[in-house]
Structure formats: structure tokens, C-alpha cells
Design a protein. Sequence first.
Lengths: 184, 189
Amino acid sequence: MSEKVMALSDRELVSGVRSGDLDAFAALVKRYRDAYTRFAVRMTGSLLDADDVMQSVWMRAFRNIGACKNPDRFGAWLYQIVVNECRTYTSRRAARDSRFVDDAAESLAALTVAEPDVALREEIERALDCLPTDQREAFVLKHVEELSYDQIAEITGVGVSALKMRVCRACDRLRELLEGVHNA
Amino acid sequence: MRDETRDTGLDPRVVGALRGAEILPADFEARLMAQAEAEIAHRRATRPRRNWWLTGRIFIASPLSAFAAAAAIAAVAALSTLAVTRGRSTIVSRPDTVEYVRFVLIDSAARSVSIVGDFNEWRPDKTPLIAPKPGVWSVSLPLSPGRHEYAFIVDGKRWVVDPASIPSSDEFGTESSVLLVAPTKIGAS
């Protein structure tokens, strides 16, 4: 891909994708490739699942690029798709095979002797997985992605006061679940 | 920007651990662009063509231009025949599309796992699975729509049939698994 294409604005690239230009799409992918990966990993619980979600996110964006009303804010529009796709993925997984795959993975993980840092991180991730999806989503956007409540409200379509409540409950629950970490 | 972590009452290590960077695999873009290219090709092949020759037109020709008009009409007729022929051949020929399928095998004792099937000439060395979580082995593969047979090879020698799939056996009684890949419906979300 040429530097010239990479230098184009989001608006120009979105316009290119609308007319079927794959180079423009590739440039958008390159620009935003890992911007939302961390959020997807925290929501799905693994990089492997996040990879699936992000493939689906980009194909949805590609098919529905005509619905991007403000191409200058392509990133914010894409973020909305990421949030929706993570919600869909986690709800489907809960109804489908999470018991089989995740419980097996957890019990297997518990059998391995991990380094202290790795063990701490795994404990934190497990605690995060225990939160209801809406609380996990609000907590991650606020305290991991460090967005403002106004930004989160725009992306999720949830009111600011409801978001504050969700974040507050998520923090309370995490403190309970991670009591050992706090007392260490 | 003010770090609001302290307002949560959480140990800073908690949020710190969650803020670690996550990077998608190196082949992420290649897989995605393959999907996008297949979709563009499919769109082009199935795009409805306007039957412009069916719309009404008025031609006014003087006696002096009769020969020129006849020649022009003949040329248009020839070109439209070519267009119809091209259009038909494009529509009947299916584009090469692939679907990405993720294979997962749970085996805590395995030291290595690979997959064999009709898509890799049944070669055990060709498609290894990786285990980002201990004991959870997986790989995503691009497969063409249709019926595929496969099996897992554990530790380079143990033949394992996918317990979550349809079983099948060949004329020698060797069991394998069957996967039916349906083509993506363009426009479905």
C-alpha cells in the first residue's frame, strides 16, 4: 500500500471504500487495527476470541460503510460496532458452549503453576469475567480504555447516570472478588 | 488527564494489569482482506444488470442516412449480444470464496496437536494448532464451501476424531470427522 493512500483522511478513505476501493479499506484496517483489540480481549476473555470478533467487526464495517454518517469520525463509529459485536459474542457464548470450553480451560489453567505476575493477571481476568456484561463493558471503557462518561454514552447508547451506576457496581464487585489481591 | 483509578478503591495493580497492550496476530489483515476481496468479487458477479435495450427510444433517420443508421443499429445489436454473453458467463461462474473455520481441541496432556484433512492433503506437518490457554488447542483455516473431512493428530501419532463433529469412516474403517461449510450470504449481518 502506498504512503499516499495511508496519508488520506478518514473521510477520504471511507469514500474510497464506498466506491469499492480495497486499498482504502486496507488503509483503514491498518490505521485502526489494534485500537480496540484490548477492549475486545477484556470483553471476550481471550485474544483468540477477540480475533474472531474483530474479523466480524471489520466485515460488518465493510458491508455497512454507507451507514457511517460522519466519516470524519470513523473511529467512533467503528467503536460502536466493536461494542455491539462484543455484546453479541458474549451473549451467544454464554448460551452456547462457554461451559464446555471455558470451564475446561479454567480448570486446566488452575493445574499449571504460573509465575506470580501471570497468576495475578489471570486472577484479575477471571474476576472481570465474573461481572455481568453491562458492568464489565462500562468498567473496561471507563477504567481500562480511560474514556469519559460522555464518550462512553455516545458509543454504548447508555445514559451517563446509568453508566456511573454500572461502573460503581463493577468496582464494588471486583473489590469483593479480589479481596486477596487487596490484602496482599 | 487525571487518572480516576484511585476513585474506584481498587488496587492500582488491578487496573494496571488490565491496561496491558493486546496485539492481534500478524496474519489478521491478510485473512480480513481475503474475506473482503471474496465479497467484492461476489458482489460484482451477482450485481443485477440493467436491460438498457428494453427501455423505449425514438430514432429519427433521414433517407440519406439510412445506410449509416443501418450500420449503427447492426453494431449496437452486435455489441449488446456480446454484453449479454459476457453477463451470462460472469453470473454462472462462481467466484472463489472461502470461509474461516476455527477448530478447537481440548487436551491437557497433549504436547503438540495438528490437524489433517482434505484441505491440507492429510499432511500432519502442515497445520499445527496453538494453545494460547493451557490445553486449549486451536487454529483458524480458510475453507471453501462444501464438505470437508478431517481429524486431529496428537503428539505426532495419535489420531483423534473431533467429538463435536459428524463421524465418518473410509473403506478401510479409519474414522474421521465431517464438516459442512456453507457459503456466506452476502449482505447478511
